[in-house]
Design a protein around this ligand. Structure first.
Ligand SMILES: Cc1cc2nc3c(=O)[nH]c(=O)nc-3n(C[C@H](O)[C@H](O)[C@H](O)COP(=O)(O)OP(=O)(O)OC[C@H]3O[C@@H](n4cnc5c(N)ncnc54)[C@H](O)[C@@H]3O)c2cc1C
Length: 507
């Protein structure tokens, strides 16, 4: 069967289109969950959309999540029922629209105080009822005997029982790439490795952006009726660029969260473990994922916003020691296969934000005095609701061109995100030639031809997740991946950059 050329990504054509289009309806800065969600929603409504990502899709926070689709149990404790309900609805939408990238997952909370099975059971029962018909499974109290029978690896000493409830998990980076492909299929131009460096302005109003294509070094100007800043923890940097010398006070706070990955032998269960209260009062997870176990996360305030944040030694020690309290066999530093960190964009209240600013506890959409529309905060689970709010905001401010009623929206709620790639893959050689466990030559070529991969890191960190699962294995595979990218016509696959970046994932 011949490969379908239609969905093949040809970067030079994308760049040529970027240069030739005189005016876009919407230009989105940032190819994480938020920006990609906006691009899909806008393209589905028929808008002419361009999305520009400085590095790779999901290079920022959107590949570094705990990979849970969840309503946020802690918001329930704060009585924010509508937030929880919305996120639980979004959980169901992602499960329905991206079924091979997301799945229901049961969680078990061990209890070491006699009353906890009752209090936790009540809270999680309420959590389940908020999901309504989208409940993924019953919440159940477990006796000590049941706990030890199903989860023998949990520390037995002092154990009183536990609670089982249901949420879901997904592949964050792969969902981002899938969103980029969906947006592109709907007519949007989604371009990675293109950094926005400044704004085009007329009379102090933003009329577009300018930036550089990292591959060719070519500079390009992009005119747009409306520019959306969805740059995650870097939203403030772009706000500063738009504000000019007068500057503008920051709106975001940044907190780092780290994870470590170990082999399944430390947590062989198919269920996830939720430790409800660590020494610093947070929750901590042990989650089975892609043949390994993710342990995390932490919360560490940061002043800076590095592109490649690294877990701090004390974060790793904290995770290992907390998990160690609950497992019969505790992992040590030498057992870590990969360790990675992500930055959470937390939005401050918006007294100074203009007009229709819409604030929720989790995300905010507002317009700067320059006319730059900004969106920040939230979580992966609610990316689609955030996109809907951004479009509603642009419509309310008449930022979208007249002549059509954009309110008659086609909803992304029932938009299947995945396509069956069997035919596409079938046309690509190398299915039986393995580069690393689970990574064939065909997979790498597919990533280049149909998933916008341009660098060794794009393949090993976000098309396959090998770097996040086993950093040593990823480094071993890197030269072969670089050769394949070269064979696919990519002149600078970035092998040296990958070898240096990946060092940060080694324990
Ligand atoms: C440790 C951790 C665990 C988490 N766990 C979960 C979870 O389990 N479930 C959940 O639902 N959520 C979770 N989240 C939250 C979720 O990951 C984030 O809310 C979400 O990924 C934010 O997406 P974003 O698109 O706003 O930001 P990002 O993903 O950071 O995207 C912003 C993008 O903008 C690009 N950019 C920046 N500057 C420019 C420029 N000048 N030009 C062009 N592009 C630019 C960046 O390269 C980046 O790719 C977690 C977050 C963290 C940090």
């Amino acid at each position: 069967m011949s490969e379908n050329e239609h969905s093949r990504v040809d970067r030079s054509t994308l760049v040529a289109r970027l240069k030739s289009e005189p005016l876009w309806d919407l230009a989105v800065i940032g190819g994480g969950a938020t920006g990609l969600g906006v691009a899909v929603d806008a393209a589905l409504r028929g808008l002419k959309v361009v999305l520009l990502e400085a590095d790779d899709f999901a290079k920022g926070s959107s590949s570094r999540a705990t990979k849970l689709l969840h309503g946020g149990v802690r918001y329930l404790a704060q009585g924010q029922l509508s937030l929880v309900r919305e996120a639980l609805h979004e959980r169901a939408v992602i499960l329905a629209n991206a079924p091979s990238l997301a799945r229901p997952l049961s969680f078990v909370m061990p209890a070491y105080r006699w009353w906890e099975p009752f209090t936790l059971g009540l809270g999680l029962g309420a959590y389940e009822s908020l999901a309504g018909r989208h409940s993924l499974g019953p919440t159940r109290r477990l006796s000590r005997k049941q706990m030890l029978a199903t989860l023998p690896q949990v520390r037995a000493e002092g154990l009183k029982g536990g609670v089982r409830y249901w949420d879901a998990q997904f592949d964050d980076a792969q969902l981002a790439v899938t969103l980029a492909r969906s947006a592109s299929r709907l007519g949007a131009l989604t371009l990675n490795h293109f950094r926005v460096e400044g704004f085009l302005q007329e009379g102090g109003r933003v009329t577009g952006v300018h930036g550089t294509d990292s591959e060719s070094g070519a500079q390009c100007e992009v005119q747009a009726r409306c520019v959306v800043n969805a740059a995650g923890v870097w939203v403030d940097d772009l706000r500063q660029l738009a504000a000019g010398p007068a500057g503008t006070p920051p709106r975001l706070q940044v907190s780092q969260g780290s994870h470590v990955v170990v082999d399944r032998e430390f947590w062989p269960s198919d269920e996830a473990l939720l430790i409800p209260r660590t020494r610093d009062g947070r929750v901590l997870f042990a989650v089975p994922w892609q043949g390994k176990v993710i342990l995390g996360t932490t919360e560490q305030a940061r002043e800076d916003r590095p592109t490649e944040p690294r877990p701090m030694a004390e974060e790793i020690d904290f995770i290992l020691s907390e998990v160690g309290h609950y497992l019969t066999r505790a992992p040590a530093r030498a057992d870590i296969r990969s360790a990675w960190a992500g930055l959470r964009p937390l939005v401050q209240p918006a007294e100074r934000a203009k007009g229709t600013a819409r604030i929720s506890r989790e995300h905010a959409v507002w317009t700067e005095p320059s006319g730059l529309v900004c969106v920040a905060g939230g979580k992966w689970t609610t990316y689609r609701a955030m996109a809907r709010d951004v479009l509603a905001h642009c419509i309310a401010e008449d930022r979208i061109p007249p002549g059509r009623d954009w309110r008659v929206e086609r909803s992304t709620e029932h938009l299947p995100l995945e396509r069956d790639d069997t035919l596409l893959r079938g046309g690509i050689p190398g299915a039986d030639r393995m580069i690393a466990e689970g990574l064939s030559e065909q997979r790498v070529r597919f990533a280049v031809r149909h998933e916008f991969a341009r660098k060794v890191e794009d393949v090993l960190a976000r098309r396959s997740r090998l770097l996040f699962l086993d950093a040593h294995a990823a480094r071993e595979a890197a030269p072969a991946v670089a050769d394949l990218l070269h064979a696919e016509g990519i002149l600078q696959p970035g092998l040296e950059d990958f070898m240096s970046t990946s060092e940060g994932y080694l324990p």
